[in-house]
Design a protein around this ligand. Structure first.
Ligand code: SF4
Length: 388
């Protein structure tokens, strides 16, 4: 298949591996963070790390949308279904993220099913809250159109890639005059998370997280372009290479980063030029700007409260903001005491450093969010047998 097969070619991979070995100086180490969960998945799946010389180290970053969602946000979604009686619609992965009180969205869904059975058997009115898994945001809108008697809420998560479809959904709901549809907005921003990593004490003060550059996100960059990364390159003197999600994309980006480091450069380069431009998708950016504005602060799992790191719905679209409509607020909840997701998301620890990795915590029984989505570092390492 075009644009896939040629980026998975074994012969080319061996050639790139040889070029990386040749370019990497023996007397120094190179540490690069792949920001995005899609890259983490590709690196684990195709064994990219096995092809690199020992001097080149890859560090997993916080770019998995499900992983960075804190427990308090999942709790908000659960409360909407259990207490406010809405029909809560979510993608599949957030359904399995552990929340407070031993619940998750999927367990809350089961509880609602049991409650409904009990109340129906007892002859009283059935519980009206409901949790549904959807494949596309449009499914939530269609549900609201089919059931005007229900309040339908879409749990919107993700980085800049998934924000434009949510903006479109809200505009459509307004155009249709829907009064029973709203969005629990948990959209977050990539540049703020990168800045948080670069400002972290591990990088700046203690130097325990050596970071020589970033493999920049693929899909996110199709929307925002390469321009926003220029700040990091200039201000922090860290090279950024935007890379596609295929193994050869990642290897080519590593080679480009090594060459920059050797030359003492800190530039933004674009390996994924077949899909990403400097300015990104202007139409999508305008759509997002029409519907959303910056939040003053947002809590991330692992990174804590970050200023201006997430979006909220503008007051012109306040009728479609579930937080305003149902008055549901965020509360901080601590992660499981044994869970190292925070440190994994900051790149400070590897999945294997967590003492419950692959024993208590598995994809079938995730204790932390990094074991839920295939883009989570723990799930990627577990799925492809990378325990060492
Ligand atoms: Fe969190 Fe599980 Fe990963 Fe440990 S193994 S860091 S508990 S997701």
């Amino acid at each position: 298949m075009r644009f896939i097969d040629e980026f998975r070619d074994g012969q080319l991979a061996r050639g790139l591996a040889a070029a990386i070995r040749q370019a990497a100086h023996a007397d120094r180490d190179y540490s690069f963070m792949e920001f995005c969960g899609g890259h983490t998945h590709a690196i684990a799946r195709y064994g990219v790390s096995d092809l690199l010389p020992p001097a080149v180290r890859l560090i997993h970053g916080p770019g998995c949308p499900v992983c960075v969602l804190p427990i308090g946000r999942i709790d908000m979604a659960i409360r909407l279904a259990l207490d406010a009686g809405v029909t809560l619609c979510s993608y599949g992965d957030p359904m399995r993220v552990p929340a407070s009180a031993g619940l998750s969205l999927i367990k809350a869904k089961a509880k609602l099913g049991r409650d409904k059975e009990t109340t129906t058997t007892a002859g009283s009115a059935p519980a009206c809250g409901e949790i549904r898994m959807i494949y596309s945001p449009a499914d939530a809108l269609a549900l609201a159109q089919r059931h005007p008697e229900r309040q339908v809420v879409f749990l919107a998560i993700g980085f800049e890639t998934t924000t434009p479809p949510t903006a479109l959904l809200i505009k459509q709901a307004q155009a249709f005059g829907l009064s029973n549809f709203s969005v629990l907005c948990c959209h977050v921003l990539t540049p703020s998370a990168m800045a948080s990593i670069l400002e972290s004490p591990e990088v700046r003060r203690w130097g325990t997280l050596p970071l020589d550059g970033f493999i920049g996100p693929a899909h996110v960059s199709t929307i925002i372009g390469t321009r926003p990364y220029e700040f990091f390159a200039e201000e922090y003197r860290k090279p950024v290479v935007i890379a596609g999600f295929e193994p050869l994309d990642v290897m080519q980006a590593i080679l480009m980063l090594i060459k920059q480091v050797n030359a003492g450069q800190a530039l933004v380069e674009n390996e994924f030029s077949r899909a990403v431009s400097r300015d990104g998708n202007r139409k999508a950016q305008q759509l997002v700007a029409d519907v959303f504005e910056l939040r003053r602060s947002f809590a991330w799992r692992g990174l804590g409260e970050l200023p201006y790191s997430a979006l909220r719905i503008r007051k012109e679209f306040a009728d479609f903001d579930a937080e305003r409509r149902f008055g549901v607020g965020y509360h901080t909840v601590a992660d499981h005491p044994a869970c190292e997701c925070g440190a994994v998301l900051r790149g400070v620890k590897r999945p294997q450093d967590c003492r419950i990795f692959a024993s208590v915590c598995t994809p079938e029984n995730p204790v932390g969010s990094c074991m839920v989505s295939s883009e989570g570092a723990c799930a990627a390492h577990y799925s492809f047998g990378r325990f060492a």
